[in-house]
Ligand binder design. Structure first.
Ligand SMILES: Nc1ncnc2c1ncn2[C@@H]1O[C@H](COP(=O)(O)OP(=O)(O)O)[C@@H](O)[C@H]1O
Ligand SMILES: [Mg+2]
Length: 266
């Protein structure tokens, strides 16, 4: 059964699909992916609005990380169409695409250099030389890290705690002025205080750009998201406003997942 098969691909035609945006930032149409001969994603269609947090939820192995990797073309063998701001990601230069789409992974990956050099790591060489202290301060403030590192920007980044490193990764992504952020369980390895700080700064960033945030934590999804996309077994089951999804999910699979945190979609 493929519940997504009949979903339309243009936002204005949306029927069962409850996320409607006149000018979606990200638009997927019938995206499918096979890896090693196995169907991992099946005809996923979705639209995201210009700002705000959309939680991407589903059981372990549902294909959430794989979907994010298709969007920024870490996986390139998918079929269908993915457009960002009306532009096909397939036709966008990969380096430029990854500057537009920041990805924050579950475990922070800092480079073996100073905090300052980590912040500017993604910039082209020429820009790195001319970057101002003020812009470094701004992104570290946005990532809620400035106060903790303002006197130690030349220290090695690996002297930071894991929670601070994750905020450093966020600052590094923000330095590239992304138009979209993908977040793959960015707080699952963090203590509650660091989690709250990341949630808070991402909520503020989401007032300017859209965020697609994978979380296995339903309480977090309730706290942070305005919209929810629920996928299972590589297929989109339901997408809806978060308040609707959590209070009156339409699909039986969604109800089961919310109740038991499991889903049997086969
Ligand atoms: N490179 C790969 N080759 C084959 N199968 C893969 C590969 N990467 C992921 N998978 C499979 O794709 C499915 C979805 O994985 P993933 O996207 O990591 O799930 P989630 O993030 O929802 O937990 C899993 O069954 C996983 O084993
Ligand atoms: Mg994953």
């Amino acid at each position: 059964m493929n519940l997504n098969r009949s979903l339309p691909c243009t936002p204005m035609e949306s029927g069962a699909n409850k996320i409607v945006s006149a000018q979606p930032s990200l638009c997927l149409c019938n995206v499918s992916l096979q890896l090693d001969g196995h169907a991992i994603l099946g005809e996923i269609s979705l639209h995201m609005p210009q700002t705000g947090i959309t939680a991407l939820i589903g059981p372990s192995g549902a294909g959430k990380s794989t979907l994010l990797r298709c969007i920024n073309r870490l996986h390139d063998g998918w079929q269908g169409s993915i457009e960002l701001g009306g532009q096909s990601v397939r036709e966008t230069d990969v380096d430029s695409l990854r500057r537009q789409i920041g990805l924050i992974a579950q475990k922070p990956a800092v480079f073996p250099c100073s905090i300052r050099d980590n912040v500017i790591f993604g910039l082209p060489n020429q820009q790195r030389k001319s970057v101002s202290d003020e812009s470094i301060r701004q992104v570290l403030e946005q990532a809620a890290l400035w106060r903790e590192v303002e006197t130690r920007l030349n220290d090695d980044a690996d002297t930071l705690s894991v929670g601070q490193q994750q905020r450093l990764c966020l600052a590094r992504a923000l330095m590239l002025e992304p138009s979209f952020l993908l977040l793959d369980e960015p707080t699952s390895a963090l203590d509650p205080r660091s989690r709250d700080m990341i949630e808070h700064s991402l909520q503020s960033i989401a007032s300017q750009i859209p965020l697609l945030w994978v979380t296995h934590d339903l309480e977090q999804a309730k706290r942070i998201s305005e919209r929810v996309i629920f996928i299972c077994d590589g297929r989109l089951i339901e997408q809806a406003d978060a308040s609707d999804f959590f209070s009156r999910p339409e699909r039986m699979e969604s109800r089961e997942f919310l109740r038991w945190n499991v889903c049997d979609c086969d």
